[in-house]
Ligand binder design. Structure first.
Ligand SMILES: [Zn+2]
Length: 65
């Protein structure tokens, strides 16, 4: 029984939304700068690293007055 193996055309890898740096967070600011530099160099691995770190570090700024 012949198999109809059609090539599957995947669209571009699912774009992962990039985290937004939080205002007033030094870590975010630094990571955003590194990420921008990595983007400029086309260093996707570094961009992803920055995004992961940006998401992962804690924010204790929920003080809305
Ligand atoms: Zn942050």
């Amino acid at each position: 029984m012949p198999r109809n193996c059609r090539p599957v055309h995947l669209p571009d890898p699912v774009p992962v939304p990039e985290p937004t740096p939080v205002d007033g967070c030094d870590v975010c600011a630094a990571l955003a700068r590194q990420r921008a530099a990595a983007h400029a160099k086309g260093d996707k691995a570094k961009v992803i690293d920055c995004n992961i770190e940006m998401r992962r570090h804690p924010h204790a700024m929920r003080e809305v007055s």
